[in-house]
Design a protein around this ligand. Structure first.
Ligand code: SAM
Length: 238
């Protein structure tokens, strides 16, 4: 069982991170409005939107721009929370996106999700072979192709692999070489016990070249920087 002290430290660290990240998310939301120009009343599908926190935290802008936001996720528990926040919801099936063929979805917004669309969640703790990265990239390719197929407009954000602090584990230089899947899983097992941030090894972070490969029909792919480092990558079509 987690000690009371560890719980308090983890809780405070998480609140501190949320406080900082709220500013980044606000900036990203404004980039989304400027670049993609979602139209009032048309559906914005928040793909992998979880409990809808991104749009809920920026609800003043959702109202100002008359956006109709639908939250889609694989987690039915998160969708219940999104519903309680007043959002329409859409249940996704894990790694099976053929069913998202719906011309209601004018715009897709996808924030911090594509890096998690990798191997099935039931396999990820046991999968320690280095071909994880290539296999994960193939799944990410299918996901990106579906976004390009389904949405007239899109905005897809993902943390950049080149940022020195890895965003899921909060470990510095998590991907330092050799890039070893077994090492990454072992590190994440270890931090479950001792570190202030916990996460599961379902993510495969991307670089700018990979993001351009995934979204060949984007109007642009760019990176937002923090302290000069590439923090996150964004592909968009407006
Ligand atoms: C880091 S959270 C981001 C949540 C939200 N987009 C936000 O920015 O607050 C990642 C989300 O991706 C969803 N997700 C993970 N794997 C997925 C998959 N294979 N297909 C679709 N969604 C997935 C999770 O359920 C989770 O809600």
């Amino acid at each position: 069982m987690m000690s009371g002290f560890k719980k308090i430290v983890r809780g405070n660290a998480s609140r501190f991170y949320q406080h900082i990240s709220r500013g980044w998310k606000r900036k990203r939301f404004i980039q989304f409005l400027d670049l993609v120009k979602p139209e009032p009343g048309k559906v914005v599908l928040d793909l992998g939107g979880g409990s809808g926190s991104f749009f809920y935290d920026n609800f003043d802008l959702v109202q100002k721009y008359g956006l109709r936001v639908v939250i889609a996720d694989i987690s039915s528990q998160d969708l219940l929370k999104a519903e309680s926040r007043g959002f329409e919801t859409y249940q996704l099936r894990e790694n099976s996106f053929e069913h998202i063929v719906d011309d209601r979805f004018d715009t897709i917004f996808c924030n911090s999700v594509i890096e998690h669309v990798t191997l099935p969640k039931s396999e990820i703790w046991d999968y320690t072979a280095d071909d994880f990265y290539e296999k994960a990239f193939e799944v990410q390719k299918d996901f990106a192709a579906d976004i390009e197929r389904v949405a007239k407009k899109y905005f897809v954000q993902t943390p950049c692999i080149d940022f020195p602090l890895e965003s899921h584990s909060w470990l510095p230089t998590f991907y330092s070489y050799p890039k070893s899947r077994a090492l990454h899983v072992a590190r994440l097992e270890m931090i479950l016990k001792y570190w202030i941030k916990r996460t599961s090894p379902d993510f495969n972070l991307l670089d700018e070249v990979q993001m351009r490969t995934l979204f060949p029909c984007a109007d642009g792919v760019f990176c937002n920087r923090v302290l000069g480092f590439s923090k996150e990558l964004i592909a968009y079509r407006g």
